[in-house]
Design a protein around this ligand. Sequence first.
Ligand code: DON
Length: 303
Amino acid sequence: MNNYKTIIKDIYQIVHSSENKGDVANYIPELSKVDSNKFGVAFLSSENEKIGIGDHRTKFSIQSISKVFSLSLAFTLLGDEVWNRVGVEPSGGSFNSLIQLETDKGIPRNPFINGGALVICDMLISNLENPKSDFLQYVQEISSNNSINFVESTAISEERTGYRNKALCNFIKSFDNLDNEPKEVLDFYFNMCSIEMSCEELVKAFSFLSFRKKNSESNNLNSSQRKRINALMQTCGFYDESGEFAFKVGLPGKSGVGGGIVALHPDKYCIAVWSPKLNKKGNSYRGMKFLELFTTRTQESIF
Ligand code: DON
């Protein structure tokens, strides 16, 4: 039996005392204000063992981690219809790449690259009565946490500099794969990405995907849908570093440019790491390092 507490404490010390490489995301100006030395880890097991270390209770911008929530809600509402407008293949490209969309005729490769996430946002806008507040309520419900909210300053900051997302959105619209106006889709997307949560809050929220037997009434995903979302996190959750993450860590997970990573071992545990400095692929440098050491030491991964 693994002593998770000792393992997490040991690895935290190792990673904390080694060089903190990379750069904080600055293409969204508001994100560059974060203290780059923040470092937190939270863990939650299916047996309800809770562990937290460092800045695990500090809220940070979850950015693309929110794409798991939007996909879950769209999948709950629309079922397999989702896959008529977005694929399930790793893109092998960066999160904000436009290249494949031309040859793929506006059907993004998967729901986690920005193009795919924008199409999912469009689906939610068409299927929710009050899109932004209904989505927020969904996230609050699966997290059992009413304090979760959008952060207006982050959403505005991204809107001001979000030329690439605007290009992606208009490009997809030109292929007729958006029902709503790009402006509305982008507003939803920027707000969704602006949500702030702590590592401690994230592990609780992601237990709806980790612990299949528990939490069955807290969301409407069936077990096959949960399997599919986990599979997409495994194959596409880290963009062009998804192979590397599977190779080194061996768990489904999702990253965000705020420096957060959530990973889970189905039916065993959920773990979240936050450290704002990112590697060249836009994933947390220390987060990747921590999780690699964690599954190496625990010898528990899905492979
Ligand atoms: O669209 C963007 O660029 C950001 N709002 C989210 C990107 C992101 O988090 C990519 N993940 N590592």
